[in-house]
Design a protein around this ligand. Sequence first.
Ligand code: FE2
Ligand code: FE2
Length: 258
Amino acid sequence: MVVLFIGDIVGSPGRAGLARAMPAIRERHAPDLIIANGENSAGGLGITEKTAGELFEIGVDVITTGNHVYRHRDAYEFLDRSDRVIRPANYMTGNPGRGSVIATVGDRRVAVINLSGSVQLKVARSPFTEADTLVERLSRDADAIIVDFHAEVTSEKIAMGWHLDGRVAAVLGTHTHVPTADCRVLPGGTAFISDVGMTGSRAGVIGVRRDQALESFRTQMPVRFDTADEDVWVNGVVVQVRDDGLADSIEQVLVPAE
Ligand SMILES: [Fe+2]
Ligand SMILES: [Fe+2]
């Protein structure tokens, strides 16, 4: 089974870029399951029912999120209702949405778990113990498990890779919007990357217009941020998942959205 995971999709340039790039990506990799991080899909911050719907139309099966998930209040009810959009599982119990989902791929069931790092991000529970609880529960119903670990620092992400090695098909880092060069299958059979990267404009600063980001850094004054829209690239990974639920390979997808 081929799983395509797309890094944080930033704003309408990211959504449109993914739509343009998807036919070629499909032809090259023939994914059976497409997962995308959509936490920045609405105007660069957050997600709405409309932007999620657009991603589903492009062919995304499951949408993960992260720290910007609750940016748009009018999406809370949608997060509660949707069984294809998830938010970090280690947020407060009772917050809108859910932290995992089981997708069906042919006759196989693939669980997708979303977790948030605890270093420099707000969480209600440790992602490590939360991962243990979820993996134990979901292993009973799923043939394979994919984890989106939305976290700030590489140390915590690498630690999570080792923590889950041999228990899940993949631990894929998101949130920094910068793809790392460390993708590999760990010795226990878990595909890992510290950060998948983002799907958005390379002309800005992690998705924001560079003149505004620079003004913010130069002046340290409040600056309005808009989404950068030139030179859009798709950052993702393709994971080959074996019948035993572990990974054969992981390969980066870093392509211009022409
Ligand atoms: Fe993001
Ligand atoms: Fe994030």
